[in-house]
Design a binder for this molecule. Sequence first.
Ligand code: CA
Length: 223
Amino acid sequence: MARILIVEDEERIASFLAKGLRADGHTTTCVGDGREGLDLALTGDVDLVVLDIGLPGMDGFEVLDQLRSQGSKVPVIVLTARDSVGDTVSALEGGADDYMPKPFRFAELLARVRLRLRQAGEGSAAPREDVLEAGGVRLDLRTRRARVGERQVDLSAREFTLAEIFMRNAGQVLSREQLLDHVWGMDFDPGSNVVDVYVGYLRKKLGADAVATVRGMGYRFTR
Ligand code: CA
């Protein structure tokens, strides 16, 4: 269980995050003002901060900057609009931070929260899991870019998340329901063939043999 500070001025998003994180066993504090968020984060009674960029009082970049310049090492996950991902990535360069483009699936955010908490728990000596690599496929979790060998591959957000789940569970069979739940949330009914369609896209982009069909059970990443 971790103490998570949510700094987000959109109440709907803040309460959605708080509800989900509490359901995962964490305690949450929500504030909608950057300066107040900074003060709370600096108290040290916080294990992780989820930080919006557009905030009254002080914007998220400034909050992060102040936190780091005052010596705080608390992990921060920045929430950013999809059209400003480039700015965000360069703003985060070098810091032990992560970002989530809005809108996002809660499962994607939760995966990042867990990863950052695990890394923080392991201490700075632990290798940072910013890159997943298997059989020549390489996913950079920070920039959300993919490569096959030396070739850059363009994956959509869904394709990337699907590839990430496959690679984290390489060799294991994942059912359609598991994949649907993790990547699409509740948007699709279980009878939908969207998983099969996207596995097809991944095979085209990562190689036809990257994902094997396990008849009657699901799919397995085979690189
Ligand atoms: Ca905002």
